[in-house]
Design a protein around this ligand. Structure first.
Ligand SMILES: [Zn+2]
Length: 121
């Protein structure tokens, strides 16, 4: 059934045609229905089933993508900690001055390329 289709209305028994209208519950939009053009009685619902299925499929794909992305990120962190040396210049306690570089933690002068067992990124 579709809008403009000619029918014999089951309510008023007249030769009529279908009119599409919004089904409202107070101010809430409930969907679209087909009504008789003469007596305004409801003849049929307009199904929205196809519209509802699409977002669910998208949600699954998003989850999968998020899962893959997380795995890649974890691998990258592992690679970084294995390959990179922990230089003092990358440490949180390292303070760069024009004439000397200090370690805040040990309160002493350090070389930017030193490594330290108390390293904090
Ligand atoms: Zn009717």
């Amino acid at each position: 059934m579709k809008q403009g289709e000619e029918i014999v209305c089951p309510h008023c028994k007249m030769d009529s045609f279908l009119v599409k209208t919004n089904l409202m519950d107070g101010w809430t939009f409930k969907g679209e229905i087909l009504i008789c053009s003469l007596c305004k009685q409801k003849i049929a619902d307009i199904s929205n089933d196809n519209v509802k299925e699409a977002p669910m499929l998208d949600g699954k794909l998003d989850k999968l993508a998020a899962l893959l992305g997380e795995e890649n990120a974890n691998k990258q962190i592992l690679l970084e900690s294995n390959e990179k040396k922990l230089f003092c210049r990358d440490c949180r306690s390292y303070i760069s001055h024009p004439f000397m570089n200090r370690c805040q933690l040990h309160a002493k002068e350090v070389n930017p390329m030193d490594d330290c067992r108390d390293f904090t990124r």
